[in-house]
Design a protein around this ligand. Sequence first.
Ligand code: MN
Length: 424
Amino acid sequence: MLTANDPNRKSWLNVPLDSDFPIQNIPFGVFIPYEDDATTIGTRIGNTAIDLSALHQYGYLDGLKLPEDVFLQDTLNDFITLGRPTWRAMRNRIAELFDEKNNELRQSEEHCKHILYGLHEVQMLMPVFIQDYTDFYSSREHAENVGTMFRGKENALMPNWLHLPVGYHGRSSSIVISGEPLHRPKGQRKPKDADAPVFGPSQQMDFELEMAFITTDGKALGERIEVQEAEDYIFGMVLFNDWSARDIQAWEYVPLGPFLGKNFGSSISAWVVTLDALEPFRTYSPEQKPAPLDYLKSEGKKTFDIELEVLIKPEGQEESKVCHSNFKYLYWNISQQLAHHTVNGCNVNAGDMMASGTISGPTEDSYGSMLELSWRGSKPVALKGSGSRTFIEDMDTVIMRGHCKKEGIRIGFGEVSAQVLPAL
Ligand code: MN
């Protein structure tokens, strides 16, 4: 039972109007209080960070029979390994404790002092140790836009695209948490009409609006996760900015795919929102024609209605919204992605991250990258106030936000934000 999702529940903690984090969300993250040196796993209600290791030490989670140090960790990996029934029981118990009708914790000023922090009193850290990172390419609109630009309209979609969720193995070492700036990468690019490549800072720094899911331990090497059971192996999701250097990418990607144009950095949001919290926002994916092979057949509402937006904030200027998209536009859903990933016997582990691919929608203002929004640099995108962009410039901050909303309940992801610094 997902009692944590009760839409009528209210918390004794303050939740600002239109917060992404009402008591029905209960995401998981990792933080360190500025006045303390102990990293802890936590959750969040409104703008209050809740120290779960302290909550556990004071005995408020005794009924759940959790391993002693499961929250005194630098990452969520051990907690994720405990599996879906435990994640569920945790969210239900937290909802109960912070319900306005519950005084267990509320009445103890001493305990509250050690468990509750203002968000400004803590630093968020990477929520998981990412063992492996995979990036899919699951938005038909994005694949068609990019294909049209690089190969022409007739060959926009490769022959395999409608038959399998295309993906590649990325690099996990350079995935960083929201707020960490990154440097513009240097590399090889071949200017149009030049005979030979040149080396230097990328001239086409771009973002990719994506979301990523995090898995728990899968099956033994050689065994597959079936599409119908895939969600049991998915802990939750984050916002994901898959930074891309388009000029480096265009020169290097044949024949083995993305490499240095992608692996210099990706940014994620700090709080992992569980699939359970997203349950009320389930919806259908686009119709799949031709029907996929049996191992990819997926029925029912297997995706989520998540509103997404991208904003660019030049230094000293206000932010401008450049894109408004939705997670539900994806052609291949997360169950299909995980089923396909493991169909050959490839194993997955707790903390693996699988990103969706750029999430573009049907309209020109819903494209999830500057590559598409500026149509490879040919149509500058106007910013509020003054200026325009074809790609991202030094000192620009790119911000992505996402939330679901239905019948007065809003569940969100907060944001992933990062500033681009000049090349080193
Ligand atoms: Mn990508």
